[in-house]
Write a protein that binds this ligand. Structure first.
Ligand code: ATP
Ligand code: MG
Length: 486
């Protein structure tokens, strides 16, 4: 901060709506913004000092470029300007310093000068603009309507700041000024973008992923949550809750007719998320739903699925088109990961009929919701970003060790779920195809275990991988030798 120096590089940070708040709130929000900026600089390994003032925040650093990249991902920042700061003695000295700095910028170009200053100074902004404009006129052409370069002069007390660039920040409010919420994150485009929009309004977000395909979906979500936390959560360390939903899917398949399953699954997502939110103190849920995007997101199905949910559900994408959402995902850096994510589960993918609330509540009455509690209780909590590498390698190794790499040996039973279930059994396998299917079906209820022969290797495949991985998980938990293959 110019202690003993005559010139120093600095990043000027302007804030967005904070400036409209009452003095008390404004001071509190600026202070939180400063902390978040400090956290962002630390994460980017940029040394520097963040100075908080009423009008602006100044980041005094030797690496202004790296600092502006980091600060450009902090919510509450409206814009940024890499600048130089000088101490000046009087107006003449100020003009001299500004002219020397600006010479190279304006040479041979159309330029404008803009100035701002503290009210209590003995000269006006107009004085600065006129005098500096005159000094620079011989070097270029003054053009106030469409300049190629603008020389900006800001005078605060004894210090003058000079800059020509204004970079856009993400806007919004500082993270941590609007409480905490729980975002339902699938790994797809929508839930990543909806999380971003809610964080942008100052909400600290944790995440929950309901794994419909064992470790496959966990990996997708972990990678996306990793980007959201390392790029956009400065000032907060989120937790990702990974919930194995296979038991819940089994219960849905047991009780609910196919066309209703999508809406029931959605409701159970909310229910499970609400249990976590109650336990962890979240004020609200967040989803990436957009009205009418798919048949389970019609207004009547969203209304039915929300029946009985006490917490507010924030849906920041409700009025957005898919193209806009994907465009935003590219900007925030999650698109590349989401592109690779497939919808693993046929229930989540399938079409839904429109359902009234009354009918929906009837359907739910037949379900045993104990499975939901068990899933939530058994969840795996990953602290981001530090816990991500460890969790990822654990998930990866599970995925790898479940993948079938053997040859078509004698003792391999192949089960392929495409259009219906097809099976290929080896010589000496004691069941017919039909008996095998029945035994597999019975596994979930426990009866099939007695009928399904041991001593064979079971290999499952399906178009998206979700069903196959769930079968592998189930058989392995019962002590069978089981793998999935593509
Ligand atoms: P996304 O792009 O976020 O996957 P989508 O277009 O695939 O959304 P749906 O699958 O209907 O739409 O999901 C709508 C919302 O429900 C998601 O944005 C997300 O908030 C939540 N959601 C869906 N699947 C899961 C899941 N497996 N775990 C957690 N949340 C989920
Ligand atoms: Mg999805």
């Amino acid at each position: 901060m110019l202690e003993g120096h005559t010139m120093e590089e600095v990043l000027i940070v302007r804030f967005s709506e904070i400036a409209l708040k009452s003095p008390r709130i404004r001071r509190w929000m600026i202070s939180r913004l400063r902390k978040n900026l400090e956290d962002a600089l630390k994460a980017a390994e940029v040394g520097g000092r963040v100075e908080e003032k009423w009008e602006r925040i100044y980041i005094w650093t030797e690496d202004v470029k790296k600092a502006s990249e980091a600060a450009g991902r902090v919510f509450g920042v409206r814009s940024l300007s890499p600048a130089v700061a000088y101490e000046y003695m009087d107006l003449e000295d100020l003009i001299e310093k500004a002219a020397t700095w600006a010479e190279e910028c304006v040479r041979g170009r159309k330029f404008a000068v803009r100035a701002r200053r503290d009210k209590d100074l003995p000269f006006t902004s107009m004085d600065i603009m006129v005098k500096l404009g005159e000094r620079l006129k011989p070097l270029g052409e003054v053009d106030l309507t469409s300049p190629q370069v603008t020389v900006n002069v800001e005078v605060r007390g004894r210090v003058v700041y000079l800059f020509s660039e204004v970079l856009e920040g993400p806007g919004g409010l500082p993270l941590g000024t609007q409480g905490r919420a729980l975002s339902l994150l699938s790994g797809g485009f929508d839930s990543a973008v909806s999380s971003w929009y809610v964080m942008r309004r100052g909400v600290e977000l944790d995440y929950v992923t309901f794994s419909l395909a064992g470790p496959l979906q966990m990996r997708d979500a972990l990678l996306v949550a990793g980007v959201l936390s390392s790029h956009w959560s400065h000032g907060y360390r989120p937790t990702l809750h990974l919930v194995d939903f296979s038991g819940v899917l089994d219960e849905i398949e047991r009780v609910v007719q196919a066309p209703l399953r999508g809406v029931v699954l959605r409701h159970l997502f909310y229910r499970a998320a609400e249990m976590i939110a109650d336990e962890e103190g979240h004020l609200s849920l967040v989803t990436g739903e957009s009205l009418g995007q798919v048949s389970s997101q019609t207004l009547s199905n969203l209304s039915a699925a929300s029946a009985g949910i006490g917490l507010p559900i924030l849906r920041p994408l409700i009025g957005m088109d898919k193209e806009e959402i994907i465009g935003k995902a590219r900007e925030i850096g999650t698109a590349e990961l989401s592109e690779k994510v497939v919808e693993y589960c046929a229930i989540a993918r399938g079409s839904s009929i429109n359902l009234s609330r009354e009918r929906f509540i009837q359907v739910l009455k037949n379900m045993n919701l104990r499975v939901l509690e068990e899933a939530v209780e058994g969840r795996w909590k990953v602290k981001l970003p530090d816990g991500a590498p460890g969790a990822l390698s654990e998930i990866e190794s599970r995925i790898e060790s479940w993948r079938y790499r053997g040859d078509e040996g004698e003792d391999v039973v192949r089960v392929n779920y495409g259009k219906g279930v097809q099976v290929v059994t080896p010589n000496g396998f004691p069941l017919t195809g039909r008996e095998l299917k029945r035994a597999l079906k019975g596994l979930k209820g426990g009866e099939g275990v007695h009928r399904l022969p041991r001593g064979f290797t079971y290999v499952f495949s399906c178009p998206t991988g979700g069903w196959a991985v769930r079968m592998v998980s189930l058989l392995r938990s019962l002590g069978y030798d089981a793998y999935y293959s593509h």
